[in-house]
Design a protein around this ligand. Structure first.
Ligand code: SAM
Length: 176
């Protein structure tokens, strides 16, 4: 199952950090790509740096027309919103098709609620797109995404205490 995330309403001036975090969460929690409705090379550059260092095939792209993008998407379209059906109920209604997960920033246009196949609430109270996406992906993958190996140049060797990172390209270990 391919999982894409569509980030709507990115505000160039105030959303750089939160949109970057959204990309990090999408990548770390098992999504394959994120698509923005606003071009912001600052976000793309910082995510591409992370991918170069830590690996994976995660992609970040931009679309000019998000409406046709949603309409043309082949698979289940899921809009995360506090007004939707609670995740505990809605998760059972999803199938094995590819997924498009839509998250907002500023107010999401009302037509999105109708373009989506499912409007899903990660609890029916407002919080954040980063939190909503991470909880949703974790439920979608039943926690298995946390065990996925996506390292390329650097690999963390998990420890109870301290930090150990292996450089896979040079087979050299850095201890901290
Ligand atoms: N009133 C907004 C709403 O419709 O969810 C909250 C805006 S919030 C700052 C930005 C985004 O976070 C929303 O567009 C939505 O995608 C996500 N979000 C916030 N709270 C959520 C919740 N309880 N369940 C699912 N998504 C949520």
């Amino acid at each position: 199952m391919k999982v894409s995330v569509l980030r709507l309403g990115h505000r160039f001036v105030r959303d750089k950090r939160i949109s970057t975090h959204l990309c990090l969460v999408a990548r770390a929690f098992g999504a394959d790509e994120i698509i923005f409705d606003v071009e912001d090379d600052r976000v793309k550059k910082s995510i591409d740096k992370i991918i170069d260092k830590w690996g994976g095939d995660f992609k970040i792209t931009f679309v000019k027309n998000w409406r046709s993008f949603i309409k043309d998407f082949k698979g289940e379209k899921i809009h995360l919103t506090m007004y939707g059906i609670n995740l505990n109920t809605a998760i059972k209604r999803l199938n094995e098709e590819d997924k498009l997960i839509i998250v907002g920033g500023k107010k999401v246009p009302s037509e999105v609620y109708y373009l989506a196949d499912h409007n899903i609430a990660v609890g029916n109270t407002p919080h954040s797109e980063v939190a909503a996406l991470s909880v949703f992906l974790d439920r979608l993958f039943n926690g298995k995404e946390l065990e996925k190996e996506i390292d390329k140049k650097l690999k963390v060797l998990p420890l109870e205490r301290g930090k150990k990172v292996v450089r896979l390209d040079q087979q050299e270990t850095k201890n901290k």
